[in-house]
Write a protein that binds this ligand. Structure first.
Ligand code: AMP
Length: 280
């Protein structure tokens, strides 16, 4: 695997590969890699002769300084995992390489960023859009791969690609879970053993809520069920539960209103914030 820390040499390398007709698959990450990330690499490898992964813990998308500082950084192990997964190129720039100054660029995604993650993490999607547009300009991928776990992010990046006419096809890859159902996440590394056990409540409640909706229960009653379930479990705090149209993230009053409704949730286990979702 070729490793680049600087934009210039990476660009030169990729331009040559593109010139030779190779399609580029791109997997942007913040590192602390786990099998969820590797699933994205595997899909990219199956569809492109060249797969590029980036690792950059982007400060502009953190609205909480402590979350940024405590974000796990395991570069050596990540490199090893990427080598074994057959990734071709790793781009791992330092902060000044990506952000030369406090940016003048500001994105506004309207209602897409005022619900769920956007509501509780003000400025988060502006930071995501800044870094993803920079990465897309640098890598110029033909295909880019994202996890379903961050569904709102996927909708926002799709909007970004559409608005700025990036010549890239986006792919959403199913969430990879631990055996007990917990969605794999770099932040899981920050959970104590006890918190790790408590965190199972997130996928378990989502699955139960999904079953209730499928059984005909109203969205209002299912949201109340989720809220009550979390209230009776100390150590874990629900931030939001929403049932929205997966295309435009508008809240639903009944599941019949959308072709593909999705249930989205965020919860704190101690001070670690986790998100998850399930399509209906
Ligand atoms: P992150 O490093 O958390 O920014 O994630 C990088 C990419 O990996 C994003 O597209 C995530 O949605 C995706 N991802 C994170 N966790 C998982 C998972 N458990 N399964 C599949 N994809 C994931």
């Amino acid at each position: 695997m070729q490793i680049f820390r600087e934009i210039g040499p990476l660009r030169a390398f990729l331009i040559e590969k593109k010139g030779a007709g190779q399609s580029i698959g791109f997997v942007p990450t913040m590192g602390a890699l786990h099998p969820g990330h590797l699933a994205l690499i595997a899909v990219s490898r199956s569809q492109n002769p060249l797969t590029v992964c980036s690792i950059f813990v982007n400060p502009t998308q953190f609205n909480n300084v402590s979350d940024f500082e405590k974000y796990p950084r395991t570069l050596e192990k990540d490199v090893d995992m990427l080598e074994k997964a057959g990734c071709d190129v790793l781009f791992c720039p330092d902060e000044p390489e990506m952000h030369t100054r406090s940016s003048y660029l500001n994105f506004n995604f309207g209602h897409l960023e005022t619900v769920m993650e956007g509501k509780f993490r003000p400025g988060h999607f502006n930071g995501v859009a800044q870094v993803v547009s920079k990465l897309f300009h640098i890598v110029n991928p033909d295909h880019a791969y994202f996890g379903q776990k961050d569904w709102q992010q996927f909708v926002i990046i799709s909007t970004l690609v559409d608005e700025l006419k990036f010549n890239v096809t986006l792919h959403s890859v199913e969430t990879v879970r631990e055996n007990d159902g917990l969605a794999m996440s770099s932040r899981n590394l920050r959970l104590s053993e006890k918190q790790r056990r408590q965190a199972i409540l997130i996928p378990a409640t989502l699955a139960e809520a999904k079953a209730k909706l499928k059984g005909g229960d109203s969205i209002l009653s299912v949201k109340k069920f989720v809220e009550d379930t979390f209230e009776s479990n100390p150590g874990i705090t629900l931030e939001y539960i929403e049932v929205v149209n997966s295309k435009n993230l508008l809240p639903l009053y009944s599941v019949e209103e959308a072709d593909r409704p999705i249930l989205c949730m965020a919860a704190f286990v101690g001070e670690v914030r986790l998100i998850d979702n399930m399509f209906l």
